[in-house]
Write a protein that binds this ligand. Sequence first.
Ligand code: PLP
Length: 386
Amino acid sequence: MEFRLSDYLKKLPPYLFVQIDQAKRQAIQEGRDLIDLGIGDPDQPTPEHIIKALSRAANDPANHHYALDAGMPKLRLEIARWYKKIFQVNLDDKNEILPLIGSKEGIAHLPFAFLNQGDVSLVPDPGYPVYANATLLAGGEPYFMPLRAENAFLPDLKEIPEAVLKKTKMMFLNYPNNPSAAVADKQFFQRVIDFALKYQIIVCSDLAYSQVCFDGYRAPSILEIDGAKEVAVEFHSLSKTYNMTGWRVGWVCGNQQVIAGLAKIKSNMDSGIFQAIQIAGIAALQTESEFTKQMCLMYAQRRDVLVAGLKNLGWNVEKPKASFYVWTKISEEINSLEFASIILKKADIVVTPGVGFGKYGEGYLRFALTKPEDKLKEAVKRLSLL
Ligand SMILES: *Cc1c(COP(=O)(O)O)cnc(C)c1O
């Protein structure tokens, strides 16, 4: 018996990290002292009060049933309150907010609601792979917008051909950016909104790192732009904000029609988020801002250690203003996959090759600041011996 995968699955790009994953598994098996700066998953635990809220809610039988598809009204209200506090933007908790099983879930389902065969979505390259892959699974075509260093890793909207724009239904953006750690200002978001209004494109802004900012920088929401709700939605997540990657809770907010479309897809795919998790999500959103301040200070100190260390070794690297990644340029004589393999083999350090995020990521490595300072110092020491 042979079961053939669907044509949609076959269209997904090949998985590039086979080699690295294998070398990593082998290193672990051999008991080598690996420093894993590969994955974007916070090393710190979820705050105690959130865990307690989950525990209490999990013990209450009232929470053991199917949840409402649209999420608990209390959670939506809390999201609206948080949004107002952070961005000074008003959201209608009934129609402009939809809780998600993590933001990845919503990002991955959205193309199914708005793309027909051959419709285009504009996707940043380098970028979070879900944007392009979900587009392909939904029968659409990703059009890659290069993010280049000389453009501060912002897409050049004028570069996109009119013929492509005629078929374009949606566009993904992500600032603070994974993997490049670049940020966008409100002038850029204004240009995006004007562009999207002109070409009638849904803007999907992924703001997973809104709360990981350094040195007084504040990441704006695209919904702060007048008229943004005409065309834009924004994806948020508790994962990076409150160290809750495994919990699976986030939300999308903004344009009502877009949210209703996604809700319709989701009502046929899942049956809501476990209520105890939603209640824990409410507790998370009520976390004292001091927590966020301390978390950012911790990542900033790690960033300083790693960036200073790499600079000392002569690496070409800049201090990021936000996100917990350091995006470093490498020599043109070696490709990122080979370089990451050498670093793993010779220094027992896992880093992510830029090409894993798209062809414009070639020439870079991504270091995640998800290990303590002493590990980062040790990593720099090992790199100095390469
Ligand atoms: C981590 C990450 C997400 C996923 O967040 P979840 O809410 O855990 O699904 C989305 N977008 C980007 C760019 C990320 O780095």
